[in-house]
Design a protein around this ligand. Structure first.
Ligand code: DX5
Ligand code: ZN
Length: 229
C-alpha cells in the first residue's frame, strides 16, 4: 500500500491535495505538536475536516506528547489507522485498546534509535507497526537504511505467526529506496516529497507501487512461515 504524506502538500488546499492522490491506499497525516518533535503541523479540527472531504482512509501519525489522551479522539473522528509513538506513551497497551474500541486500527511507531525487542510482546495489541526511516519531524530527509533491520525482524515474527501487523515505513521513501524497504518486508510505504514533489502525484503513487512489488515478492520468498527467529 502507498500512503502519500500530506506533510509535503499545500496546507491551504488540503482537500484538492487529497483528490490529487485518489489512487492512494491511505492518506498519511503527520500530526506534530512542537514538543515531541521540533515542528508543528495540524491537529484534530483539521483532521475532522479532512475526513469529511476525502474518501481515502486516513492514516494519522501522531508525533505528539500525551498520545494516551489524544489518540482515541482521532479514532473517534473516523481515522482508519491511528499511530502513536511508543517513546511518548505512558500506557501503550491501554491506548491501543482505546483506539480499537473506537473502531480504528491501532499503530505503534518507533524512532530510528528505538529498538523493537522490548515491544515485541505488546505488538499483539496493534494492527500496524510504523518504523521511522528518518528522525521524525520533517519531510525531505535521507532514508536511514540501518532501520530496515527492524523491518526484517518484525517481518520474521509475522511470517512465524507470532504477530499480525501491517509493516509501515516512513521517511525518505522514493524511487531509489522503496525496493530496499519492500525487500526488508514492509508492506505500507509512506512517501511525502516523492509524491507531492512530483509533477503528477497520482502517477508518482503508481510508479512507487510498481517499484515496491518485486521487493515484496522477494521478501515473501525469503521469509516463509516458520522461519527461525
Ligand atoms: C516525518 C514524517 C513523514 C514525512 C515523510 O516526520 O513522519 O511522514 O512526511 O516525508 P518524506 O517522504 O519526504 O521523507
Ligand atoms: Zn509520518
Amino acid at each position: 500500500m502507498i500512503a502519500p504524506s500530506i506533510l509535503s502538500a499545500d496546507f491551504a488546499r488540503l482537500g484538492d491535495e487529497a483528490d490529487a492522490v485518489s489512487n492512494a491506499d491511505w492518506l498519511h497525516v503527520d500530526v506534530m505538536d512542537a514538543h515531541f518533535v521540533p515542528n508543528l503541523t495540524l491537529g484534530l479540527p483539521v483532521v475532522q475536516s479532512l475526513r469529511r472531504s476525502t474518501d481515502i482512509p486516513l492514516d494519522c501519525h501522531l508525533m505528539i506528547d500525551d498520545p494516551d489522551h489524544w489518540a482515541p479522539l482521532y479514532a473517534e473522528a473516523g481515522v482508519a489507522n491511528v499511530t502513536f509513538h511508543v517513546e511518548a506513551a505512558a500506557d501503550a497497551v491501554r491506548t491501543a485498546r482505546a483506539i480499537r474500541a473506537a473502531g480504528a486500527f491501532a499503530g505503534l511507531s518507533v524512532k530510528p534509535g528505538t529498538p523493537l525487542e522490548p515491544y515485541l510482546d505488546i505488538l499483539r495489541e496493534f494492527d500496524t507497526l510504523l518504523i521511522m526511516s528518518v528522525e521524525p519531524g520533517f519531510g525531505g530527509q535521507s532514508f536511514l537504511e540501518h532501520t530496515m533491520s527492524k523491518v526484517a525482524l518484525a517481518r520474521r515474527h509475522i511470517a512465524a505467526g507470532h504477530l499480525r501487523l501491517f509493516l509501515e515505513v516512513d521517511g525518505g521513501i522514493n524511487a531509489d529506496t522503496i525496493e530496499i524497504a519492500a525487500r526488508a518486508g514492509a508492506d505500507v510505504f509512506v512517501a511525502g516529497s516523492a509524491v507531492y514533489g512530483a509533477d503528477d502525484p497520482a502517477k508518482a503513487v503508481e510508479a512507487l507501487r510498481a517499484l515496491a512489488r518485486p521487493g515484496m515478492a522477494q521478501s515473501a520468498r525469503e521469509t516463509p512461515p516458520g522461519t527461525a527467529l
